[in-house]
Design a protein around this ligand. Structure first.
Ligand SMILES: Nc1ncnc2c1ncn2[C@@H]1O[C@H](COP(=O)(O)OP(=O)(O)OP(=O)(O)O)[C@@H](O)[C@H]1O
Ligand SMILES: [Mg+2]
Length: 230
């Protein structure tokens, strides 16, 4: 479905992400782990086309390495950035409409479908995004990505700064969405419990390269101590 082969990403100077390769299929929920500053966000930005990459990115048997971010978005790659990045001055409904802009979806029908995953948002449709709590803003950011009917969905630290019961709720939503839509998820995450519950496979990045990967069962406490403890 999506294959990254020997992908390197830089901001101009030396590479921040070097020679990363992975494959995700419809069945996969890939968790990307690593300490602060190792290049996890940089990798997702490279895959999304926000930063240029070296190497090859293939999506549905098409080489999309030279596609712009908007062309990748139109081909079905969606991204929920770290820190949520919703539009604080737009209403919840307007924020969700933005998710429909890159795709010709019937917004009303799609909205009703997506709100079933996020009942809390229905109570706040006319409020500005910026006045929502952090947990509600994260749900809004994920809902906006769902509206775009992604063929692959990437999320950058969806549990960062979120209270445990909302973390558990987000885990349920993503698991259910994956089961119903049958699309790959790529999730950058530091929360080990969440990672083990959600993911079916993982990779760990250190200094921009993959140092460990495998089925999620191999994400043992020993591995976590070796590569993730501070
Ligand atoms: N716009 C930029 N220009 C130059 N260097 C950058 C830029 N953004 C990030 N970096 C550097 O790239 C490296 C990787 O950053 P990145 O944000 O990808 O890490 P991360 O693994 O996502 O960390 P965190 O867990 O803190 O989110 C860091 O050394 C960072 O300082
Ligand atoms: Mg990051």
């Amino acid at each position: 479905m999506m294959q990254a082969a020997d992908v390197s990403v830089s901001y101009g100077a030396g590479p921040i992400v070097s020679h990363v390769s992975f494959t995700v299929n419809a069945d996969d929920k890939l968790i990307i782990l690593g300490r602060n500053g190792v290049g996890k966000t940089t990798l997702l930005k490279g895959i999304m086309g926000i930063l240029p990459i070296k190497g090859t990115l293939t999506f549905k048997d098409t080489d999309i390495t030279t596609y712009s971010a908007s062309k990748r978005s139109r081909s079905g790659i969606a991204y929920v950035p770290q820190g949520r990045e919703i539009f604080p001055d737009l209403t919840v409904e307007e924020n969700l409409q933005i998710g429909a802009m890159s795709h010709p979806v019937d917004f009303k029908n799609k909205l009703a479908e997506v709100l079933e995953y996020f009942p809390i948002l229905t109570e706040h449709m006319k409020r500005k995004g910026g006045v929502l709590s952090g947990g509600q803003q994260q749900q809004l950011a994920i809902a906006r990505a769902f509206i775009s009917e992604p063929a692959v969905l990437m999320l950058d630290e969806p549990t960062e700064g979120i209270q445990p019961n909302i973390v558990s709720h987000i885990s349920h939503i993503l698991t259910r969405y994956h089961e119903e839509k049958h699309i790959p998820l790529i999730v950058v995450e530091q929360n080990l419990k969440f990672a083990r519950k959600l993911g079916n496979k993982f990779l760990i990045i250190q200094k921009g390269t993959i140092v460990e990967s495998g089925p999620i069962e191999k994400l043992t406490d020993e591995v976590s101590i070796a590569y993730l403890s501070v």
